[in-house]
Design a binder for this molecule. Structure first.
Ligand code: SF4
Length: 64
């Protein structure tokens, strides 16, 4: 599974960071930091939840 991210539509409110802090956080400059775009199996459910919760659909999962 991979994460696709569109920084142009991200509102930087951080819902994804609350849902899956192992994957999403903010860098010091305020940009969204994605720990890895290749989601390890044990984090797939969290990644799916974070993507479903994103209010702007800026992050999406791509199933392989
Ligand atoms: S939940 Fe979506 S809009 Fe909000 S910070 Fe994460 S990627 Fe950006």
């Amino acid at each position: 599974m991979k994460i696709m991210y569109n920084s142009a539509t991200c509102n930087h409110y951080g819902v994804c960071c609350e849902e899956a802090p192992e994957l999403f956080s903010f860098a010091e400059d305020g940009s969204l930091r994605i720990q890895t775009y290749d989601i390890p199996p044990d984090l797939e459910d969290k990644a799916r939840d974070a993507c479903m919760m994103c209010p702007t659909q800026s992050i999406q999962v791509e199933e392989e």
